[in-house]
Design a protein around this ligand. Sequence first.
Ligand code: GLA
Length: 364
Amino acid sequence: MSPARIFRAPGRVNLIGEHTDYNLGFVLPIALNLATEVETNPGPDGLLLITSEHRQETRTFELATLVAARPQQHWSDYPVGVAKELLSLGFDLAPMHLTIRSTVPEGAGLSSSAALEVATALALLQGRELAPLDVARLCQRAESQYVGLPCGIMDQFVSVFGRLNAALLIDCQTLHAEPVELPSGAVIVAVNSMVKHQLGDSAYRTRVAECAQAAQALGVKTLREATLDAIGKTTMADKPRHRAWHIVTENDRVLRFVAAARAGDLHEMGELFIESHASMKADYEISCPEIDFLVETASGISGCYGARMTGGGFGGCTINLVDTASVPEFQVRVVAAYRQEFGITPDFYLCKPGDGACETAIPK
Ligand code: GLA
């Protein structure tokens, strides 16, 4: 193994298409310039050392017994889950010391976990060949099977395939992706609510189960094949009905958003943000008071075309489509209102689409 190397993978914001990925629908994320880096150095014989710089903590694992490792509800579950997946694909792992550092905030709905998984996969591969789609898939398996969150493919996919200056329209059924350029004149501003309600992971599992229930009632494999008409005619409980309604309408909104972006129609894009949020709030029930407040406040600020929550739900970030010239005023007004209502100062990120994961040069 060569001396030090650094592998980098970005976090993401999803512009629209929430919870549609595990229903094999459409999503439209962008890779961010916030990223996780994993530095690799040769490690002591037979061992994998993993250090989190942020937590100032190191965990040590024996390579010989790593395949039998069990999740510990600890940050190291993410890299260990990835290492196990690589071992089960037949890759040998050299004794190594991984050092993790990241600018992706945790719990903000910007996918710090996928960034860590993808950077770890590249770090452990050390340049050995594995198709990028397989990297994304193995990281998704690490999260769903080892960490235990039955997520879709979106976060890992965009962390691998992100494109500079473009969002990615991903069809989660075919795994075909196409770049979508965003019109000039406005920027995507992410506002971090700084809250993450505990409910998140268990509610995510419940939503996955409710969607499966709805698909079964409708007699389709996944909600990708469902129609509003069929949902209206089929007998099922209220919850799966509402979840299915969100998924079908959200898939349609993704495609309308892409058309609006290509036509440079910022007003329509903003409207679709607002519709998407209303659907997540009423039908999918994954919002929370802090997020609803940020969305309502933003929607009333001139220069903001629309706002919605992004990510899994129950906190994290809103994204806002804001006229470039109005961004400073937008920030001042959001900070004042949010502080007054909740006593919390939000963070802001100007989201510019960046490239996907890669090896980076060691700083001199
Ligand atoms: C999380 C999951 C993704 C996706 C989003 C919601 O980020 O990891 O797969 O389901 O929630 O759109």
